[in-house]
Ligand binder design. Structure first.
Ligand SMILES: Cc1cc2nc3c(=O)[nH]c(=O)nc-3n(C[C@H](O)[C@H](O)[C@H](O)COP(=O)(O)OP(=O)(O)OC[C@H]3O[C@@H](n4cnc5c(N)ncnc54)[C@H](O)[C@@H]3O)c2cc1C
Length: 446
């Protein structure tokens, strides 16, 4: 075996076999690698990019919140949160390159006529998540810079109704323990560091272009250039490229839920009054104007969309070819919508932002599952809402892989995962590739 340090420390060339290959070193892939390595398997991670987290993870808004529409979704995020709070304990190592930080800001979620709080509070009551309900006066007292008007439904800025008067006022739920991770790419790097600590090896600039199948079972992957890496277990964690990889493996036909890349734009802007970290600003999910926004280190806010009906979804056929530049139209829409909620916001003249891809499942719920090809697993369809769940997604995949490799039929009898925080059971069948689409999830909120 010959080790080199090309690209990223720990790169390995020449060792062509492992117990498990993980395709993709994003935050989810690195977590899967960590948990499989912790299980005693030899793990080889291959990524076509230059470093951990350099794919869609690097663009993540990295918000940690618990406002999912299903019990399993809420439980998953709630179970993952302590890992971010106690990151070094969770990893079991301190990364010499630095550690990402969880910044607890709390979260504020506005209601809409369609999105009433009982959908969330019923689930939070069941899980034991504490919250406070605020009416308009309560919001105004706590966040005096917010306009508490109800503007729903969100509109394009060139709609004459966009500048219309509010009709009524919004209400909010405040949850005190949400927040965000300050550096999503570093989070993936930290997970990769911990995985290496348990013996996982990483190869960058290594693109999987074929799947090796022998006797009806996965036997490894083929890289661009022809090299074959052998393993009886391969996990597809290729983010927006996951559907392409599933097609290469020939496993997509029997799936009822499919992942698809969706283009997104996210902008940064100087923090409006009351929205800096120093002000104690929360993460805000504002479905009333179709946006989320949060403070970030350095005195800016990050602003993204929540897929309001009036905004066309930009599905992408080929994740290698999409417009990576932000658009004036999206910039203006994003900024003017934020200015509705915070009237003192000085809309910047120049865009500062990014365009990136979500890997969206049909119902915006991730897929953590095995497949019709023995040995081929997938952690994909993360739908713009799974960064926060990365620490537990690795554990889900380990539980599924351990069970299926021991002969368990996860399709018929879904693996049940018991969370350490609550002692509650999470039905991993909720993340099946063959599930009926969730009736309650349909946007990035999950
Ligand atoms: C703009 C944006 C904002 C978001 N905001 C939030 C948020 O606030 N909160 C939240 O919880 N989630 C959020 N998400 C979602 C979250 O960031 C993603 O779910 C998560 O980062 C996905 O990680 P991943 O490891 O699955 O994929 P990726 O990070 O995309 O990693 C996939 C890797 O696979 C590699 N790869 C692809 N094809 C191949 C191949 N053929 N061979 C080898 N390697 C390959 C790529 O190079 C890449 O490194 C957001 C996502 C985006 C894009």
């Amino acid at each position: 075996m010959t080790a080199t340090t090309a690209g990223d420390p720990g790169d390995v060339r020449g060792d062509l076999a492992a117990d498990a290959i993980v395709i993709g070193a994003g935050v989810i892939g690195a977590s899967v690698a960590l948990e499989l390595a912790r299980s005693g398997r030899s793990v080889l991670v291959v990524d076509r990019g230059p470093a951990p987290g350099a794919g869609s993870t690097s663009s993540s808004s990295a918000i940690v919140r618990f406002s999912y529409s299903t019990l399993d979704g809420v439980l998953t995020a709630w179970e993952a949160a302590p890992a971010w709070e106690h990151w070094e304990d969770f990893l079991g190592v301190r990364d010499p390159d630095g550690m990402c930080r969880f910044i607890r800001t709390g979260m504020l979620l506005f209601d809409t006529p369609e999105f009433t709080f009982d959908r969330i509070t019923d689930l939070w009551d069941e899980v034991g998540i504490e919250y406070e309900l605020l009416d308009a006066a309560g919001i105004a007292a706590w966040f005096p810079h917010f306009d508490v008007g109800r503007y729903f439904p969100p509109k394009p800025v060139d709609d004459p109704a966009f500048a219309g008067d509010p009709h009524g006022t919004v209400n909010a739920i405040h949850e005190a323990t949400g927040g965000f991770v300050d550096d999503p790419m570093l989070a993936a790097r930290n997970l990769a560091c911990a995985a290496r600590h348990h013996g996982a090896r990483f190869r960058f600039h290594a693109e999987v272009v074929g799947v090796e199948i022998e006797h009806g079972r996965v036997a490894g992957v083929r890289l661009a250039g022809g090299e074959v890496l052998r393993a009886p277990i391969v996990v597809n964690v290729a983010g927006p490229h996951s559907s392409h990889l599933n097609a290469l493996a020939g496993v997509d036909a029997e799936m009822t839920i499919h992942p698809r890349p969706l283009r997104q734009e996210v902008f940064a802007a100087p923090a409006p009054p009351g929205m800096s970290l120093e002000d104690g600003a929360p993460v805000v999910s504002d479905l009333d104007i179709g946006q989320y926004f949060r403070p970030q280190v350095g005195g800016t806010v990050l602003v993204g969309g929540t897929e309001p009906e009036c905004d066309a979804l930009e599905w992408v056929d080929d994740p290698d070819h999409f417009d990576e530049h932000t658009t004036v139209e999206k910039f203006e829409t994003t900024m003017y919508r934020l200015a509705r909620r915070i009237p003192e916001f000085g809309v910047p003249h120049r865009p500062m932002g990014l365009a990136a891809l979500y890997d969206v499942a049909d119902d915006w719920v991730p897929i953590y599952d095995a497949s019709s090809l023995p040995g081929w697993y997938m952690a994909c369809g993360t739908s713009g809402n799974q960064f926060k769940n990365a620490p537990i997604a690795g554990r889900f995949m380990r539980a599924i892989i351990d069970a299926v490799e021991s002969g368990h039929d996860h399709d018929l009898f879904p693996v049940q995962f018991v969370g350490e925080r609550t002692g509650r059971t999470i039905d991993l069948g909720a993340f099946s590739r063959r599930r009926a689409p969730s009736a309650t999830s349909g946007t990035v909120m999950g």
